[in-house]
Design a protein around this ligand. Sequence first.
Ligand code: PAP
Length: 339
Amino acid sequence: MANTQINQSLDDDSPMEKIENESQGLLLSSLPIEKGWTGLPLYQYQGFWCHAKGIQAAISFRKHFHALDSDIILVTTPKSGTTWLKALTFAILNRRRYIFSQNPLLTDNPHDLVPFFEFKLYTDNQLPNLADLPSPRLFATHIPYPWLPDSIKNSNCKIVHLCRNPRDTFVSYWHFTNKARPEFLGPLSLEKGFEMFSKGITGFGPFWDHALGYWNENLERPQKVLFLKYEELKEDITYQLKRLAKFMGCPFSIEEERDGVIDEISRLCSFDCLRNLDVNKSSAKSISYFENQTLFRKGEVGDWVNYLTTPMVERLDQLMEEKLGGSGLTFEVYPQLRK
Ligand code: PAP
């Protein structure tokens, strides 16, 4: 998966490419626009906010990608633990292929091992050759459910969805995007970020619509969509790893459990282990223009308590009640609201 070949890139001067560029320009100019967190504009396309390159890649992905029944697609809300989920699923699938000391996770960032559709495979008008990848193919995306290609929705491929409580998601997103802001813009204030998050203006947001799309599919088709939460992974990684492996069609055997394979995977993919690897301490950029080191900050549940004021928490809780109430989707928050 690390060496996915991008075998075709549409030529900038080809008539077809000109038409595609022009129609994309027309499309963008017709969409609602907001100044984004990193300074790049965000456009509202079919109900979700995204930067221009992401929309282009999402459209190309929808048009060209053909899912196989054996595919496994990881879908996450941004800053919900994507890097962790990529590492865990890669380690589960490849556990018989590598001895632990030679696991590619020790030398490659998880984003290089499990590519994003929109940041890697279909970005910049590339058409990747995915036919020769070993089965099961493992891909990732932040794309909301309604934007997925029909072949993902209608085939027997599996979707693993991960999200995180909105308080920590917001704090993580705010830190991350501030690191990517050009210096001349200065940092985005917490208050301004909170206002944007509350209006649903985040990459691939609104947060609640993104989560609900996958939540509802999970309720309807639990064998197709697994719904995970960051907090639950943190609380009991062993149980969640077993659940994940079973869902992915490669459950751990009794012998593997006895031999400590689950513990080894959880240790290898832990925040402390991954963060301290050279590849992840470096300024290399495995996703877009973000340095790898910015993907590992605190890795905790409840860091929101150091940032959010009581009125902010109350506003967010009220918003979640409005948007998610009655859906059955709730989030555990630790610690509880400061009084
Ligand atoms: P992305 O959306 O840009 O891909 P993503 O990996 O989803 O980012 O989220 C990053 C968060 O996961 C960070 O949270 P924080 O800001 O609250 O600290 C990051 O620290 C955390 N994270 C990264 N790797 C791990 C891991 N192995 N275990 C737990 N948390 C992790």
